[in-house]
Write a protein that binds this ligand. Sequence first.
Ligand SMILES: *Cc1c(COP(=O)(O)O)cnc(C)c1O
Length: 624
Amino acid sequence: MKNDRSWTEIDLTNFEDNISELRKFIKPDTRIMQIVKADAYGHGAYEIARKSIKCGASYLGVANAQEGFLLRYQGIRIPIVILSPSLVNEINIILENDLIPTISSYQFAKELAKQSNRKINIHINIDTGMGRSGFEYDSALKEIDKIKKLPNLFIQGIFSHFSSAENDLEYTEHQNIKFQKFIRNLSEKPELIHIANSSGVVTMNSDYCNLVRIGLLSYGVYSDPQLKEKIKLKPVMSFKTRISQIKTAMENDSIGYNRTFTSSATMKYAILPVGYADGYDFLLSNKGKVLIKNKECDVIGKVSMDMTAIDVRELDVSVGDEVLLLGDQSEMFRAENVVLNYNGSSYELLCQIGRRAKRYYKENGEIISSSPLLRRDFVSLDYSDEKLNTVIETAIEQRLQSKEISNLVYSEFLKRFFAEHDRDIHYRRNFRHYIEFNEHKFAELNQYFQTNTTLTFTKVLQQDYFYVACANEESKLEKYFLRPDVEYRWLIDKNLGSTLFDLTSVKINDIELYHEMKMTDDCLEIRCYHPELKNLKGKEVEFSISTQTFYPKDLHQLAVYLIELTQGAEITFNFGNVLESAEAVPIFSGRSKFPSITCGKNEITISTQTDEWIFPTSGVVFVY
Ligand SMILES: *Cc1c(COP(=O)(O)O)cnc(C)c1O
């Protein structure tokens, strides 16, 4: 966050608490459909989907086939219902991704039945007064009978939708009764019957239904102030930024487009690097408030596309200070209260926020993961999966000039980083490995050089510990290559015990870590940890790992591998005065296959530009 211009924090613990609160209003056997349309109201569909599954949701609701496709692509397996009517040209995406379409017209049902070659689940939408999509109430029974005659379609659910469950009980009741009557008149009841959105869950009893579709309230936003008396909700999203500039306006100076604000006296004001393109609504011009060091400040002048000015005359602030725009514990900054400033809609505010912001996910107050902007629209509508795959593969193949390696890089690297894993791309930066051979005075080890190594790199800290591993056989060391919590591995000569591998220093930033050794299956595992690391989790930190060991003289080669995605590398082999010379044979894949090689008097260094990407597995063999 330190480097972000603006960011959102998504508190998954609050989300879980809201679900528990909502559960108090539903029967234990009623199922939950978590609504994750519009990227889960701006909270991140994938992460919310995963969390809601953990909280017991059995269905997900999206707005269109593309949103469902993206979730499938990211590995979500539970049933996904598309709530809006789909278009005929979306049928192939629906079928390929096993999505459940909502049927609002016979025409669409017929086309769907025609294109499908297997039985697929559908939900039927009945308009009981929402006046939007869905079959017209009076003719719906007849339409359902027609649909039943079509091949390949299985009516899994029938539903309706409340128009004003948050504040018009009378009308909601009217819709509820209508729908209940409709269900009673069905000759055959489907497995799932549903009408309530999250407000309906709290305000209306629909016990004849067995599924609820929850959206807004699960995100901790009140749809109406009256609901506060009934349910306790905690906001899930916060939107934050930092002061980017501080200025002084003289009396009568105007601030922002079209001079809508003029200062009445000399005043200090600050510029925030967010505007309506970031989702900070234009209508907050001259109306919004932000929170800095627990003090409210007014938005002055018009919110522009990329910047907003605020009044800080009463405050002692500096560039870089954190600014709360929405959310957190502050009552005034709850979405429903922010929109009161301009008579807006909290649904709208949430789903427009953070178009340029990275999201950080929190659980129990700690950042557990983040999602970059890039991944949100990785699957572009214009590209079929297949086409996209081919483009990427060909691009990599061109670069690497090897079909085999490009396949590997593609499948192991891109797919893993973008699709399957729930993580941001983790990579090492400023990778530096320094290896030094020395003479020593241990007679029994005269066939070995004493070897000192220092490895430094920067990376986002994932846990408050990590491991260094050492073994004397490649096969034993192998399992450590797969483990993300192992930062360094060393293969020691098979005639040496791993006790001759020693960590001389392990640091993160300037903290010297504790280490604990343990032997398991003939491997030496060293756990490196420190209580202070807890505070650094999720932040980019500098690792520094120094070792001392021994290396066989007669091996005549020493290999160093980069097994993680790395940006910028420098690997130095210093042979002091124990060798006359050495050569380096780099095996690199990435933007350049040929790092530069510099030879000193008794050392040899290979290096890339600091911003250059190096793919795993690259490396260098020093030959002596
Ligand atoms: C968006 C939506 C919901 C969720 O509504 P909330 O008011 O956010 O709980 C439920 N059902 C349908 C059909 C929807 O489109």
